[in-house]
Structures are given as structure tokens and as C-alpha cells.
Ligand binder design. Structure first.
Ligand SMILES: [Zn+2]
Length: 252
């Protein structure tokens, strides 16, 4: 009898193992309107809303400014996200070495897409990247992040010409022209003017995303994504936000 009982146990264990091998891992359940510490599943992405993601970037920047950034085990996050990515947001920011989006928003591996280009402008390649990020990969927020004392903005103010940079700077010049002339210096020597142009450039870039990407415009109108502008202060580490349009703010 003992023999039979051992045999039965072994058979039962084998059956259980076979079932375990055939049964997919249970789907991760994440409570709605919450954020995961690591974006390691679609459930994490689905649970987040554009508004919640925006709030998390705001509080992340507050952590950064206060020297209380979240301690992260990056290599653990590498392993947790190796099988797939489920980022929450895209950030279009400048290449400036002092404005790294993940750090200033206190985010880790797999949290955000980051398109960096001098002067945080968009062209069709970056628009394509943003469409990929939101329409294909499910990111729900787009942030255009300018920064103070931006070299590319200064170049546009001074009408700088240098190799391929000339074409890039030309994309910022409409922002220079859009700042009203108050009779003061309009060169890079006028820091206040440079920062006004940087702000105007953020607003125009946000508008350009809507104008040049019907895909993203439609997603924004449906409340599936939000598109917002912001400004990073190189002296304080603080990000100031420009209000999103009321229609987008009302959703999610
Ligand atoms: Zn810059």
C-alpha cells in the first residue's frame, strides 16, 4: 500500500508539473489608476491614465529637486523589462548634458521614451518616433521639455550658421520671430529674451505635433494621450509646466 501511495503521489506531482508547464503565468493584475514601481507589464501601462502619469512626473521632479530621488536597482529593472517595454510617456528634450529627462523626472529603465535633439524641435523622424511610442507602444503622455539658457535657442537668436546646424537652427527661428519686439536686445546676450524664445519654442513644438501628426492629434482629442509643454531650469533643477488644453485635462 505504501508503494501504491508513493506511486500515486509521484503521478499527481507529474500531472501538476505538466499542467504548470502548459498553463501560462497568471496575468498581473494592477489596480486601475495606479502606477507600478517598474513598468514591467501591459497591466501596469493599462492601469495608468495620462493625468496620473503627468502627476507622477511632477512629483518625480519634486523628488529630484529635494534630493530625494527614488533609489533604483537599475540592473534589476533591466531584467524586469527585458521581455518587453510598456513605457508611460515620451519626452522630447534637448541634447544639453545638463537636462537628462529620466534623472530630472526621477524615472527608471523602461519608464519613458526620450527623443533628444538640440532645441527640442520636432521633424518628421521625431514625429514618427512619437507616433510609434503612443500608437504602437501605448505611451499616454507626450512632454515637450525646453530648458533655460539653451545653446540652440541662443544660436537661433544670433542667426548662427555652422554646417548641418544651420538647418536645425532654422527650425527655431519662427519662435524668435514670435516673441514681440519690445525694443530690447534680441541677441543671445539678453538672457531673458533667450528664455522667452525657449518658452515660445516649446509652445510651437507642441502645436506642431498636433498640426503635423493627425494620429497624435486624434489620440489627444479622444483623451487617449495628453500633450504638454514644460521648461527645465538649469539653475534649480525645477520643471515648470505649461497648462495642457482644458479638453485634454478633463480626460483621464
Ligand atoms: Zn538646449
Amino acid at each position: 500500500m505504501i508503494h501504491n501511495s508513493v506511486l500515486f503521489t509521484v503521478m499527481a506531482m507529474s500531472a501538476a508539473l505538466a499542467v504548470a508547464a502548459d498553463t501560462p503565468a497568471p496575468k498581473k493584475v494592477v489596480k486601475a489608476a495606479t502606477l507600478c514601481a517598474t513598468q514591467d507589464s501591459k497591466a501596469c501601462q493599462d492601469a495608468a491614465t495620462p493625468k496620473l502619469i503627468l502627476e507622477s512626473l511632477k512629483s518625480g521632479n519634486a523628488n529630484f529637486v529635494n534630493g530625494k530621488s527614488t533609489p533604483r536597482n537599475y540592473i534589476q529593472q533591466v531584467k524586469a523589462t527585458a521581455a518587453g517595454q510598456y513605457p508611460l510617456a515620451s519626452v522630447v528634450s534637448c541634447i544639453d548634458s545638463r537636462a537628462p529627462a529620466e534623472i530630472v523626472f526621477d524615472r527608471g529603465i523602461g519608464d519613458i521614451f526620450n527623443a533628444r535633439v538640440a532645441g527640442n524641435i520636432v521633424n518628421e523622424d521625431i514625429l514618427g518616433s512619437l507616433e510609434f511610442a503612443s500608437k504602437v507602444m501605448g505611451a499616454k503622455l507626450i512632454v515637450v521639455l525646453g530648458h533655460t539658457s539653451c545653446g540652440a535657442i541662443k544660436g537661433a537668436c544670433d542667426d548662427a550658421k555652422l554646417g548641418n546646424l544651420t538647418q536645425l537652427v532654422a527650425k527655431i527661428k519662427p519662435a524668435v520671430a514670435a516673441v514681440p519686439n519690445d525694443g530690447k536686445d534680441r541677441s543671445s546676450k539678453n538672457y531673458a529674451f533667450v528664455d522667452l524664445v525657449a518658452e515660445r519654442n516649446v509652445h510651437m513644438t507642441v502645436q506642431m505635433i498636433r498640426d503635423k501628426s493627425p494620429i497624435l492629434k486624434e489620440m489627444e482629442q479622444k483623451g487617449e494621450i495628453m500633450i504638454v509643454g514644460a521648461m527645465y531650469d538649469l539653475k534649480t533643477g525645477k520643471v515648470s509646466w505649461y497648462d495642457p488644453p482644458p479638453a485634454a485635462a478633463r480626460k483621464g
